[in-house]
Design a binder for this molecule. Structure first.
Ligand SMILES: NC(=O)c1ccc[n+]([C@@H]2O[C@H](COP(=O)([O-])OP(=O)(O)OC[C@H]3O[C@@H](n4cnc5c(N)ncnc54)[C@H](OP(=O)(O)O)[C@@H]3O)[C@@H](O)[C@H]2O)c1
Length: 327
């Protein structure tokens, strides 16, 4: 198969948004089992900032980006069940989704039903499958549970809050500003608390009648112990991100003295490693979206080549909902 050229964002050295470079790169024909996708919408995710900064190190120079949707353009040898022209989407590693065209294993793609637009898929694959495993696998949310959700007005947060509410849970959302509180309430949160509220723990404990069943904490270093303090006895702490930096090492006694707590530090890619899990997660996600139980809140769009600006806004807490990058 012939090589062609495409444009992609490359990381040549770890650092701030300025290291993201728009370049012409060679794209080989798809390897056996792969397809070439012409990408129409790319998702922006906080993990992309960890790849860019080196918090999650990549072998450089590297591509970046973990979620996209598009149209199949070329089939590699041995690919079945998928045709040129099919609309598809994916979430996964290795990074490289910030590109006009890309090769990707057919086995790791999902084909999109008419009810899911390309932009919705590019916003919902990584964030929605994260919501799925957090609510269904890391801790199985029950009707009547009260849960605490950090970054409730964000891309993952707005999906999680709606899905949790659809499962019959009461969601207390943590937000950085009053404007974000209004958005979070419109996206399924019954209550909101400001992240910098000096009375944070007491308010959450009061709102939840003595402590929440589970905390979904993606902020990390700044919020970890406050989150533990909000849990009821035997509650579950799901620490799933590092927006403020990674959590420092600590003694397991901290879990004992707050009431025999459970702690998990999950990663999406372990929950969609098999085809069966990928299909189970996307099946639930797409059906919730199709029946309107979860609406994807796209807060902003940027041309893909301006993704440095999108990273600045994401890290500066200036985005809401999901962000779509247009190749
Ligand atoms: N482990 C996994 O499997 C997995 C999968 C997907 C996402 N994640 C994690 O989930 C989190 C959300 O990802 P996302 O892509 O949907 O981003 P996002 O929530 O749209 O954006 C991050 C939000 O975090 C809040 N935040 C609090 N402290 C912050 C700080 N010091 N710096 C920057 N933001 C801060 C901000 O909301 P406020 O201004 O309202 O506080 C900000 O808008 C990230 O931590 C990501 O790593 C983990």
């Amino acid at each position: 198969m012939h090589s062609t050229f495409t444009h992609a964002i490359r990381v040549l050295g770890f650092g701030g948004p300025e290291v993201l470079q728009w370049e012409a790169v060679e794209l080989p024909g798809p390897a056996p089992g792969e397809v070439t996708i012409r990408q129409t919408a790319v998702g922006l995710n906080f993990i992309d900032t960890y790849h860019r900064s080196g918090l999650y190190p990549l072998a450089l120079p590297a591509g970046i980006g973990t979620e996209a949707a598009g149209v199949v353009e070329v089939l590699g040898a041995g690919v079945g069940g998928i045709a040129v022209g099919d609309r598809v989407a994916y979430a996964g590693l290795p990074p490289g989704a910030y590109a006009e065209r890309r090769n990707w294993p057919a086995e790791r793609l999902v084909t999109l039903p008419d009810t899911i637009s390309d932009e919705v898929a590019a916003s919902a694959m990584l964030k929605g499958l994260t919501a799925w495993y957090l609510l269904r696998r890391s801790y199985r949310v029950q009707p009547g549970d009260t849960l605490l959700l950090h970054a409730a007005a964000g891309g993952t947060g707005t999906l999680l809050s709606q899905w949790a509410a659809a499962l019959g849970a009461t969601v207390i959302g943590v937000v950085g500003s009053p404007a974000k509180a209004d958005l979070a309430r419109a996206q399924g949160c019954a209550e909101t608390v400001l992240a910098d509220d000096p009375d944070f723990v007491r308010k959450v404990r009061d709102l939840s009648g003595g402590g929440v069943a589970v905390v979904y904490d993606s902020v990390g270093r700044d919020t970890f112990f406050k989150s533990l303090d909000c849990l009821r006895k035997h509650g579950t702490m799901v620490s799933f991100g590092n927006a403020s930096g990674p959590v420092e090492p600590f003694s397991p006694m901290e879990l004992a003295k707050r009431g025999s707590l459970h702690l998990t530090r999950p990663s999406l890619f372990d929950f969609i490693a098999t085809r069966a899990d990928l299909e189970a997660g996307t099946g639930e996600l797409f059906s919730l979206i199709a029946r309107g139980a979860v609406r994807i809140a796209i807060g902003q769009r940027y041309p893909l080549r301006d993704v440095a600006r999108a990273h600045q806004d994401l890290e500066g807490r200036r985005t809401t909902g999901a962000t779509v990058l247009t190749p």
